[in-house]
Design a protein around this ligand. Structure first.
Ligand code: SF4
Length: 474
């Protein structure tokens, strides 16, 4: 246990995040702990002085004082976090690849620099110098910005549609989503009825505002946990209410939920992109993580979708799964590349607190091995013609690494870019779905989360829609 004491208590949580970059999910408290980290913030000669001390070592970081509103808060936070980062780096001798960055969307910093006329290598050098990000990661960010060029600018009258299906056949050990097991299926029909009601209320509002759907995405959960008739009915309703989306994705994530009738329902309703997710091609790991399907079923489902003419299939893999070696991961990657999906998303395992893996006391994989897996994936996918097009980071990830979406040329998923970069409004329906409404002139994003509990969602759907309406019209 670590005791962290600061004279800027409002930044205590942020400083803990930096300590955890080096020490994983260690318990940190303000009042007790075997190890002590002391932070003293002061002002001297027009500079902020962030002094950190622990284990007989002292590090001082200075930054010019900034005064006024949000920018003052932002820069002060940055200065204190950098000081903490430098102390931890000195204490541990470790230099994390993302440096002192703890945020979800590091691409945003690149976009901020671009707005100031700083691009390419100059922007990369800036992030390396200010945040100690490694050259490999700043290059990755540059490559992503290049892939997003021309895709990220959304017309003012468009939004992306998200529809959430919170049912799965079984629960994966690492899952932290608002997803329930299908069980006896008794909640499915009432859920779909509530969902269609929310969709209709939202569609009326979009018509009122003259806004149209740019892309549509059905996720969850596993939408293909529904039967073919339910899927068909839902997609038909979505297309009637929100016509014209130029990209339609449905997560068909669990290979064991895919059959010809369901795929036909997707096809008949104009779905352009599906996701068939192996996660790993090791049957033993699939059993350990509670996926209830085999690698052979993944290959079979992929082959079926291809034979029916699906032209864009995405596959998800996870690096650093429990018990997996680098060789296991690279075998899964090679088999994925052999199948030649149009896009591949490489996640790094995150053991979130709400997952079964966390309850079972799952420990994060060795950070160095995890880093070798994601770096190796980048090289192998690059050689196979894929380029990175979106990235995000999460808390509790092995090695504090990242999730990266790779795509073949022309196959980047608009919804994934919009959702991650927060450049487009997301209109979301379903239990646990989060509407993110962008007010471009004020550069403001407001969120309207729906309740996660399925039964509560069913009984409170009108309230969810009304809340969203108020927010959007605000
Ligand atoms: S398929 Fe996705 S949503 Fe369903 S249990 Fe697994 S991680 Fe959770």
């Amino acid at each position: 246990m670590i005791r962290l004491v600061t004279n800027l208590p409002e930044l205590w949580g942020e400083l803990c995040e930096v300590v955890r970059l080096f020490r994983g999910a260690v318990e940190i408290r303000q009042d007790e702990g075997e190890e002590l980290i002391l932070h003293d913030h002061a002002e001297r000669d027009g500079l902020w002085v962030e002094r950190f001390a622990a284990d007989g070592r002292v590090v001082e970081h200075t930054a010019p004082i900034v005064r006024g509103g949000l920018e003052e808060k932002r820069q002060l936070k940055r200065a204190a976090k950098t000081g903490c980062f430098l102390l931890m780096r000195e204490l541990t001798g470790v230099s994390p690849p993302w440096g002192s960055l703890t945020g979800i969307r590091p691409t945003r910093l690149m976009y901020e620099l671009r707005e100031r006329g700083i691009e390419g290598e100059a922007a990369e050098r800036d992030l390396q110098a200010r945040f100690y990000v490694s050259p490999e990661k700043t290059r990755l960010l540059s490559d992503i910005l290049a892939m997003q060029r021309g895709l990220i600018d959304t017309p003012d009258d468009e939004y992306d549609l998200y529809i959430g299906i919170p049912f799965c056949t079984t629960r994966c050990a690492y899952c932290s989503f608002a997803s329930g097991e299908l069980g006896d299926g008794r909640l499915v029909e009432p859920y779909l009825a509530a969902l269609k009601r929310e969709m209709a209320l939202d569609a009326a509002l979009m018509d009122e505002l003259g806004l149209k759907a740019r892309s549509a995405y059905m996720g969850g959960g596993t939408p293909t946990a529904l039967n073919a008739v339910q899927l068909d009915g839902l997609l038909r309703e979505a297309n009637r209410l929100f016509p014209g989306a130029r990209e339609w994705t449905v997560e068909a994530g669990r290979p064991d939920t895919i059959d010809r009738d369901k795929l036909r329902a997707l096809q008949d309703n104009g779905v352009t992109r599906i996701s068939v997710n192996p996660q790993t091609f090791s049957d033993e790991t699939l059993r350990v993580i509670g996926r209830a399907h085999t690698a052979a079923q993944t290959v079979e489902a992929f082959g079926l979708a291809r034979s029916m003419g699906f032209g864009h299939i995405n596959m998800d893999l996870i690096a650093a799964l429990p018990g997996e070696t680098e060789a296991d991961f690279f075998r899964s990657l090679a088999r994925t590349i052999d199948l030649a999906p149009e896009s591949v998303t490489v996640h790094t395992l995150a053991i979130k607190r709400s997952s079964r893996l966390h309850e079972r006391g799952g420990v994060q994989a060795d950070a160095t091995a995890a880093a070798r897996m994601v770096d190796g994936a980048r090289r192998a996918l690059g050689e196979a013609g894929y380029a990175p097009y979106y990235l995000y980071r999460q808390k509790y990830m092995a090695g504090n690494l990242e999730n990266v979406g790779y795509a073949k040329p022309g196959c980047a998923c608009l919804y994934n870019i919009d959702n991650m970069e927060e450049t487009t409004r997301i209109l979301a329906q379903g239990a646990g779905a989060i509407t993110k409404w962008l007010f471009p002139r004020e550069r403001r994003i407001e969120r309207a989360p729906n309740v996660r509990n399925i039964e509560q969602y069913i009984s409170r759907v009108d309230e969810m829609a009304a809340r969203k309406r108020t927010l959007i019209l605000s």
